[in-house]
Ligand binder design. Structure first.
Ligand SMILES: Nc1ncnc2c1ncn2[C@@H]1O[C@H](COP(=O)(O)OP(=O)(O)OP(=O)(O)O)[C@@H](O)[C@H]1O
Ligand SMILES: [Mg+2]
Length: 263
């Protein structure tokens, strides 16, 4: 889940996409790689919980926490937020690597990774740690958000990184009041998602309206997909389209390779 700009709804989309995929029958894991500002503990009602550790023939492994039936790992459940903000370079890279290598993930069909905003250390560490199947870009309809998302897109498409863009989720596409479910108010303009899909030669995976329940769900640990209703439908659509685009990607393109840098 990537975008250039902060606050566009990456984490919201990541959580609801993961739960949507699960609802469709897939085995899904969720990794909160936003080591600077982890939001999974709050969004999934896991604040204060600590993953258990297990000794597997001499090496210590972490057991992911579980929320709504999916395994989750977040720095927010491992170290205090005050410590996380000062993480830099190698230490940060080590944590991302541990999330893949030292966590007891059961066999999964999809691993959804929530990224911090921008094109920084975490993104680079990720592509150097695992072969990333593809990127879902999240944007809001405005030009400013779009410009930042294009930067994120360009980073993943660099020849030496070469991770395909699976598609675009346009979040906060319009506002729909709960009492007037058929009304749409385009607060942030229109067309950003479509433009980004075109620029990345991918597809629009879905549009998510601004609905109070999404924000409340994020704060209360009960994500939109788990609440039902139109928003749940919108996220399920995103999940279905993502499954399709992963299949198309795997049909059309060679597997991604781990990025080797500096030699
Ligand atoms: N479609 C929506 N309708 C209503 N509220 C939303 C919607 N999408 C996201 N929000 C709310 O907006 C805020 C920001 O969303 P979120 O944390 O998912 O963004 P983000 O891109 O992950 O931010 P950051 O860059 O800080 O990681 C949250 O409070 C979330 O609940
Ligand atoms: Mg986030």
């Amino acid at each position: 889940m990537a975008s250039g700009k902060g606050g566009v709804g990456k984490s919201t989309v990541a959580v609801n996409l993961a739960l949507g995929l699960k609802k469709l029958g897939a085995r899904v894991g969720l990794m909160d790689a936003d080591v600077y500002g982890p939001s999974m503990p709050t969004m999934l009602g896991l604040v204060g919980q600590r993953p258990k550790v297990k000794d597997i023939t001499g090496t210590v492994k972490m057991v992911p926490l579980e929320a709504h039936g999916i395994p989750v790992i977040s720095i927010g459940n491992i170290i205090d937020p005050e410590q996380a903000v000062v993480l830099r370079g190698p230490r940060l890279a080590a944590i991302i690597k541990q999330f893949f290598n030292d966590v007891l993930w059961e066999p999964l069909d999809y691993m959804v990774v929530d990224l911090p905003p921008g094109t920084g250390d975490v993104q680079l560490t990720l592509v150097q740690t695992v072969p990333v199947t593809g990127v879902v870009l999240v944007t809001t309809p405005q030009e400013v958000a779009l410009a930042d998302a294009v930067k994120a897109m360009n980073m993943f498409l660099l020849p030496q990184i070469n991770v395909p863009i699976l598609g675009v989720v346009e979040n906060m596409s319009w506002f729909t009041p709960a009492e007037l479910p058929d009304n749409k108010y385009y607060l942030f303009g229109q067309g950003g998602g479509k433009k980004l899909a075109k620029a990345s030669r991918s597809v629009l995976l879905g549009q998510i309206p601004i609905v109070q329940g999404i924000r409340e769900g994020g704060d209360s640990g009960v994500p939109a997909v788990a609440q039902g209703g139109i928003v749940s439908e919108a996220f399920l659509e995103v999940a279905k389209n993502t499954i399709r685009q992963v299949a198309v990607r795997n049909e059309m393109l060679a597997p991604t390779t781990i990025v080797k840098m500096g030699g």
